[in-house]
Design a binder for this molecule. Structure first.
Ligand code: PHE
Length: 344
């Protein structure tokens, strides 16, 4: 037994001494193979325990096991040290060049229609208006009836509509139904809002009109709101959008939900009023329909027309965006062609 112990001690010292010199992963692997592998002394001794005399067997077994544990522990510790050294070396040798410029991210950009929308939001925001959202899928009553266009009234022909399969539900043809929704929510408070959003009309697709387009509704309701307030507000809007020198004019018009009604033109900003292709030689561009909110509409909205009055306006932004960026075909807006979109 004593020679066995001595032999094991010797083996342990030898193995640990060899481990001191190991500095790399292959070295570690080699050492492990030699000292803990199948043919190592430890493993061979486990294999031949059967030949040890019975009375010595437990003691020898314990001694061999102790050697195995000692070698394994030493190995694991050394492994940590080697790893740590490798890392420090890598940090020291592989210099990180932080002067290299970063890779540029591809920047998205706003759709031209959104640029126009944001510009208009900013202008009306400065003038104290709130933005109000109302549904794009509307009830017939809101799109027509409450706007003083009863069922079967010929005025409905002014708006070609997409009906859904659900009775009385349609895609709104203008943002005006939002007037009723705001009024019903706010009555009897004063109102000063814009209502932007998508509208649909059952129309032929051409370079100048699409079935889908964006409108912005303007609605002001309060006591003593007059036609002069409307004119002043809209002129101010135009001045803030097109510049203080932009001239405007109001022409009489007709809408069932306003009385009196008008349309506002702005001097053609392409030719400055001299007449060109864009304004078709007239020098003016129509930008919006407007008028004093009809008493019937006020009533449907929950306001007493003998106490309250208001004005409304509605403008399409697709055509003005066409003109603003001199785009030749309105269908570009919704084709989602990156070659078009990247130009703005
Ligand atoms: N809703 C009208 C249209 O789409 C525009 C409009 C809005 C006119 C508000 C007057 C007042 O043609």
């Amino acid at each position: 037994m004593n020679d066995v112990e001595a032999k094991l001690m010797e083996a342990q010292e030898g193995a640990l001494a060899a481990l001191v010199d190991v500095q790399s992963e292959p070295g570690l692997e080699e050492w492990k193979q030699a000292n803990l592998g199948k043919t190592s002394l430890v493993m061979r001794m486990f294999g031949s325990l059967g030949q040890v005399p019975k009375e010595d067997r437990p003691a020898v077994g314990r001694a061999v096991n102790a050697l195995k544990v000692a070698l394994e522990t030493a190995f694991t510790e050394k492994q940590q040290v080697v790893k740590q050294n490798q890392l420090s070396q890598a940090i020291a040798s592989e210099k990180l060049d932080i002067t290299l410029p970063g890779r540029a991210l591809r920047r998205g950009r706003l759709h031209p229609l959104n640029m126009t929308l944001r510009e208009i939001y900013r202008v009306f925001g400065d003038m104290g208006f709130q933005i109000y959202r109302s549904p794009e899928v509307e009830l017939d009553d809101f799109n027509f009836t409450f706007l003083n266009i009863p069922p079967y009234h010929p005025a409905r022909d002014m708006w070609d509509t997409f009906y859904t399969e659900t009775e009385g539900v349609l895609l709104r043809t203008h943002t005006s139904p939002g007037q009723i929704r705001v009024m019903r929510e706010r009555a009897p408070e004063d109102i000063r809002v814009i209502l932007p959003g998508v509208c649909m009309r059952y129309e032929q697709l051409t370079a100048r009109s699409e079935i889908e387009f964006i409108q912005i509704e303007v609605l002001v309701v309060g006591k003593g709101i007059s036609f002069a307030d409307m004119k002043g507000t809209l002129k101010d809007f135009v001045a803030r959008t097109f510049g203080p020198e932009a001239r405007t004019r109001l022409r009489p018009s007709y809408f069932p939900f306003t009385e009196p009604s008008a349309e506002m033109d702005v001097e053609c900003f392409i030719c400055g009023g001299e007449g060109c292709g864009v304004c078709k030689g007239s020098g003016w561009l129509e930008i919006l329909g407007c008028g004093m909110v009809h008493p019937t509409v006020l009533q449907y909205g929950g306001y007493d027309p003998s106490v309250y009055s208001g004005f409304a306006a509605g403008m399409g932004i697709d055509r003005s965006t066409l003109m603003r960026y001199r785009i030749d075909d309105i269908r570009h807006f919704r084709n989602n062609d990156i070659r078009f979109l990247e130009q703005y």
